[in-house]
Design a protein around this ligand. Structure first.
Ligand code: FDP
Length: 341
């Protein structure tokens, strides 16, 4: 079967809509190429001596795995010299990485989580790379890009996606005109379209949450999960299934293909305490999910509407099937109203 390659898909998209600048297309090609190299490193596993921790911590206070650092370096190196970017930011770096003066600079900003789901690396389960592309503010040309320039709402993203290193290596991409899945043809090294435009199947009774954190849930989240656990005998009148891979990329991919809802709510007991990072985890995933007909909020506010206050800001995340996400938000609003009355 003849399949569209990523390159051809983007060139046709460029011709069709005229809204995909060559610079952005080349930037996506570069990110996709870096993901192939990361895939290669991951695939070697213990044979490549890439497993295990480094003993160092990243800016979030998390122990860095060797592959976190390797993948971060691969993405920086691949994207530094192409002339499409003004700067990059990553989960693994405290502050932004400006394009060195020896290279030409472009108008885009790239953010990434080089390895998402790191706890899965050493046990051979699926991990991924998440990325988000923003445009540098118009007034940034001719001056040094700052961290402040990155602090844009997720609705400003011009592209987002992830690679998933699992049984197959996949790239899932949105340029704001639908979501497309590409599978890496490992024999010839090309990304070939295998699905899209993706549309989240409605009505799949499946939720993904780390239930060990139930102490941290708000009354609204507890109510939502309890009702689903009650199954046929509860208010939902049907049985639900649960899945948790501890890799957001894998959980989100399952939802894009099969439906359901993903929840990593903020810690209800501590104001502003959440797990997932807004700018390079929640925003790109929210963009993909909305483009596939789903919904994404932090429990009460649309994720793509949040104005970030810091590069590594964390946020509660509820995303997936539009109806399920709306139910969680409605329970949240009800709980707020009751608390306020
Ligand atoms: P990780 O820190 O292992 O890279 O990015 C956060 C994340 O993975 C998500 O991919 C995943 O959904 C979550 O953390 C796993 O959290 P738990 O440890 O609570 O399972």
């Amino acid at each position: 079967m003849k399949r569209l390659t990523l390159t051809r898909f983007m060139i046709e998209e460029q011709r069709r809509s005229g809204a995909l600048p060559s610079e952005l297309r080349l930037l996506i090609e570069t990110v996709a190429r870096a993901c192939k190299t990361i895939n290669h490193a991951i695939g070697k596993g213990a044979l490549g001596e890439v497993l295990g921790s480094l003993g160092s911590e990243n800016v979030q206070g998390e122990v860095q795995k060797k592959l976190d650092v390797i993948a971060n370096e691969l993405l920086l190196e691949a994207n530094e010299w192409g002339g499409h970017l003004a700067a990059m930011a990553s989960e693994e770096m405290e502050t932004i990485h400006r394009i060195p003066n020896r290279y030409p600079k472009g108008e885009y900003l790239l953010l990434f989580d080089p390895i998402d789901g790191s706890s899965n690396i050493d046990v051979g389960l699926s991990v991924g790379t998440i990325f988000s592309v923003l445009r540098a503010p118009a007034d940034a040309s001719g001056r040094e890009v700052t961290e402040q320039d990155f602090l844009q709402r997720g609705s400003e993203q011009v592209a987002a996606g992830y690679a998933i290193y699992g049984p197959q290596t996949l790239l899932v991409l949105t340029l704001g005109t639908g979501v497309y899945e590409f599978t890496l043809d490992r024999e010839i090294g090309a990304w070939k379209m295998t699905d899209g435009p993706l549309k989240i199947p409605a009505g799949n009774c499946e939720f993904a949450i780390n239930s060990a954190r139930h102490k941290q849930w708000s009354p609204a989240i507890t109510r939502y999960i309890d009702e689903r656990l009650a199954g046929e005998d509860g208010p939902c009148g049907k049985d639900y299934n649960m899945r948790w891979t501890a890799s957001m990329v894998a959980d989100v991919h399952r939802i894009l293909k099969r439906g359901g809802v993903f929840l990593y709510p903020a810690d209800h007991r501590h104001a502003n305490k959440a797990r997932l990072r807004l700018m390079y985890e929640a925003n790109p995933m929210a963009f993909l999910i909305e483009q596939a007909g789903g919904s994404a909020n932090n429990g009460h506010e649309r994720i793509l509407d949040i104005l970030p206050t810091g590069l590594h800001e964390r946020v509660g995340v509820i995303l997936g099937d539009r109806e399920e996400v709306e139910t969680v938000a409605a329970y949240g609003r009800e709980a707020l109203a009751t608390a306020g009355s």
